[in-house]
Design a protein around this ligand. Structure first.
Ligand code: NAD
Length: 252
């Protein structure tokens, strides 16, 4: 049977890396993107290979929408040269940054950066990748628990995540005729490098998260990598147009 291929943005570390390793363990090959950490990205390639999979990494700055046509061309060439395929099966729009500023103090520059990374990039990157996604493929857009509950300081970031949740439902409707499912996966607070590693490294924040989470701790990358690989497993093919939260029950 032909192995499936997942394209994951921001696969060099954190949740994207965990998704790559969980999918590789499930027999899925990986095309990842990295922003600047080429060595970290190469280490992920080697970890996927150690699991018996194939992987390749491409550099991409998702703020540079003018580079997307060239990137799509690179993905097409990589599919042919490395994977001997014309299409890939799963797209995970994961790359992102955190930004903390009160609504009153959010600057236009911060807002524009968050729109570019968290909304414009998944919108147009996905649009341009459509010819390379196989019929019957699946798309996961990474949202956040912050799109459901409100914590001061995240109005712009969480609004972009809200936008991607709405977009996902429209994509599910419009791409359904091709058999492509689209869902949002919304992590709770997870201990990664995100936002300067705050959830992982700030004991007060980590405790606040744990105290407000039904399962009693902050999330770990594997909690999300596992949720993503489960959503892309064979038995999950009838799920589309949904927002699935993986937060351990945060702020229920
Ligand atoms: P992380 O900082 O560990 O990793 C982010 C990844 O995105 C990195 O690979 C980085 O290179 C990439 N990236 C950042 N800016 C980029 C750019 N301009 N162009 C291309 N790539 C870029 O963070 P993470 O926790 O793994 O976050 C992954 C996703 O999960 C993000 O979309 C984030 O909003 C979301 N999320 C994270 C948490 C959390 O608590 N960690 C919670 C909810 C949602």
């Amino acid at each position: 049977m032909t192995r499936k291929i997942a394209l994951i943005t921001g696969a060099s570390r954190g949740l994207g890396k965990s998704a790559a390793l969980h999918l590789a363990a499930q027999g899925v090959d990986i095309i990842g993107t990295y922003h600047s950490a080429a060595a970290e990205a190469q280490a992920v390639v080697e970890q996927v290979q150690a699991l018996g999979g194939r992987a390749a990494m491409l550099q991409l700055d998702v703020r540079q929408s003018g580079s997307f046509d060239g990137f799509v061309g690179e993905v097409g060439r990589l599919l042919k040269d490395v994977f001997a395929q014309d299409h890939f099966n799963f797209l995970i729009n994961n790359a992102g940054i955190g930004a903390h500023a009160s609504f009153a103090e959010t600057t236009e520059a911060q807002f524009d950066q968050l729109v570019a990374i968290h909304f414009k990039a998944p919108f147009f990157l996905t649009q341009k990748l459509l010819p390379l996604i196989s019929d019957g493929g699946r798309i996961i857009n990474i949202s956040s628990g912050l799109a459901r509950f409100s914590l001061p300081g995240y109005s712009a970031y969480a609004s972009m995540k809200g936008a991607i949740e709405v977009l996902s439902r429209y994509q599910a409707k419009e791409l359904g005729p091709r058999g492509i499912s689209v869902n949002t996966l919304a992590p709770g607070a997870i201990a990664t490098d995100f936002s300067g590693g705050a959830v992982r490294d700030n004991p007060d924040l980590n405790a606040m998260v744990a105290n407000n989470t039904a399962l009693g701790r902050a999330g770990l990358p594997d909690d999300i990598g596992g949720a993503i690989s489960t959503l892309l497993a064979d038995g999950s093919n009838w799920i589309t147009g949904q927002r699935i939260e993986a937060s351990g029950g945060m702020f229920l």
